[in-house]
Design a protein around this ligand. Sequence first.
Ligand SMILES: *Cc1c(COP(=O)(O)O)cnc(C)c1O
Length: 231
Amino acid sequence: MLMLKDNLQEVESRVSEACMRADRSRDEVLLIAVSKTKPVEMVREIYEAGVRDFGENHPQEIREKFPEFPSDTNWHMIGHLQTNKVKYIIERACMVHSVDSIHLAEAISKAAIKCRRCMPVLAEVNMAKEASKYGIMPEDTEDFVRQLAVLPGIHVEGLMTIAPYTENAEENRIYFRDMKKLFVDIREKNIDNVNIQHLSMGMTGDFEVAIEEGATMIRVGTGIFGARNYH
Ligand SMILES: *Cc1c(COP(=O)(O)O)cnc(C)c1O
């Protein structure tokens, strides 16, 4: 029998230690348990251990898991979202981390207005400029945020990035550092209707470096739930 609670405890202590190294308070960093592809029973074990924030990258998976959990569960949409799937998450997700086009932002805006809610969103930045990744180029991000800011029904609350896959987390430090700079730069513009407060970065392989560089949200899947069979 897998003991997911042990994995969680191990991750939690690494989070705390990274916070201490960075002279940050533990409550400045939200741990999002990435439960994509994992069955409800496994997610429930982590819920029962006290986690309330879960990350999913398929809208249909949020739709399926949502009714299985108490209403204090927060579902974060962290994967690329097609506009025709916005309907599955609009009343279920607490935030969309992966807004990577105006087209998508407009679709979320329309859907949100229809159900009379305001969706918190993050702009996804392709900091390493990887051809294989979604996201806005860093130099276009301020403009992008300004375009999102005027849309009703959504509220821009920060930036998100997926750093390159690497065996050596130190290689991603530069991207996390540049993200923090971009985050501060855009925050200091005080754009109307924008409140830049969340910096979502760091996964199982590199969350400690991300915390040291200023992440306020980390997204950890494998470290808590074990390896996935598919994405
Ligand atoms: C899958 C995924 C994660 C978690 O990845 P792990 O390496 O398993 O921790 C984080 N962020 C996004 C956007 C993902 O799709």
